[in-house]
Design a protein around this ligand. Structure first.
Ligand SMILES: [Zn+2]
Length: 307
């Protein structure tokens, strides 16, 4: 039985109690499903948090996808520290969150259905034996059981937020490796965005103003990845969104996650309070269609094309 994401890292008792208090009377209740979980929050909080790469579990029957178990503890399997930061942010801001349970190596929820890196055969030098020979049946099974439920849950949470009369901003929490191909990455944190800077701009300004951070603007990746999670749920619905990447060595342990959650909570709360009036949905014209389901080969040979 995989460990529940909602139970991970619960050493912070007070944080857990705050979240339990939310469950009692809040609009969006905590839910624990096979491939994802929802953290409770107010539907009118003006914010939905997402964590696409929260977990490194694998469903029964998949073993370790043929990998040595230690490979599943590496960044190739999930975004180290991102779940803890997301959980703490959700509790502190009273915002609902949707988080995955299973490893991105099973299927990557932050890719379009037709993206060639949806299911990776090779990731940062590691061959994924369990993905080597993937037929259409297995691919469709992973889509049906481990990809679509997460995206449906995000849509449902957004729908409930919109019904409250307050359009939510979407904020996706990720982490990145401190080096890539032996080149150190200087940024402490990055803000990724596509074509809408309504949230990313103020977030970047606030992070620059901290004074002690090297901040990436669409670094270490571009936020312009068509079909990714924010494209599906924010761009196509005209919702304000941004993606925050924290360097994983800074949030590897609970202490680091707490420090970064506190910093991001302060910044995000201030940004949301000043952008509240801008949160009506505005559909971006040429992306006003939902991500389709074109079926191109979707087994990837590379990594790091995006968050
Ligand atoms: Zn990620």
């Amino acid at each position: 039985m995989p460990l529940s994401l909602c139970d991970l890292g619960d050493d912070d008792y007070s944080r857990r109690m705050a979240h339990d208090a939310l469950r009692a009377g809040d609009d969006i209740r905590a839910e624990d499903h096979d491939s994802y979980c929802i953290l409770a929050g107010r539907a009118d909080a003006g914010l939905v948090l997402l964590c696409d790469h929260a977990g490194n579990a694998l469903p029964p029957g998949y073993g370790s996808l043929g990998l040595p178990p230690e490979q599943l503890r590496r960044h190739i399997a999930y975004d180290i520290g991102a779940a803890g930061v997301t959980r703490a942010l959700a509790a502190a801001l009273g915002a609902p969150a949707v988080m995955t349970r299973y490893s991105r190596l099973l299927i990557d929820p932050n890719r379009g259905a037709d993206d060639p890196t949806l299911i990776m055969r090779l990731s940062d030098g590691a061959v994924i034996p369990g993905n080597r020979r993937l037929d259409a049946t297995e691919r469709d099974k992973r889509m049906r059981l481990y990809y679509q439920p997460y995206h449906r849950a995000i849509d449902a949470v957004i729908d409930r937020c919109l019904a409250s009369g307050v359009a939510p901003s979407l904020l996706s929490i990720h982490s990145f490796t401190e080096s890539w191909k032996e080149r150190p990455r200087p940024w402490h944190v990055g803000v990724l965005w596509d074509r809408d800077r309504r949230l990313a701009g103020p977030l970047l300004d606030s992070l620059y103003a901290e004074g002690d951070l090297i901040v990436g603007d669409n670094e270490p990746y571009s936020g312009q990845l068509e079909g990714d999670c924010l494209w599906q749920h924010a761009t196509c619905r005209g919702l304000v969104s941004a993606l925050i990447e924290v360097r994983q060595d800074l949030i590897r342990d609970a202490a680091g996650q707490a420090v970064w959650a506190e910093r991001l909570c302060r910044i995000v709360a201030a940004v949301l309070s000043t952008t509240l009036s801008q949160r009506r949905p505005v559909v971006v014209a040429d992306k006003a269609v939902r991500a389709g389901t074109p079926q191109r080969p979707s087994v990837g040979e590379q990594m790091e094309k995006g968050p």
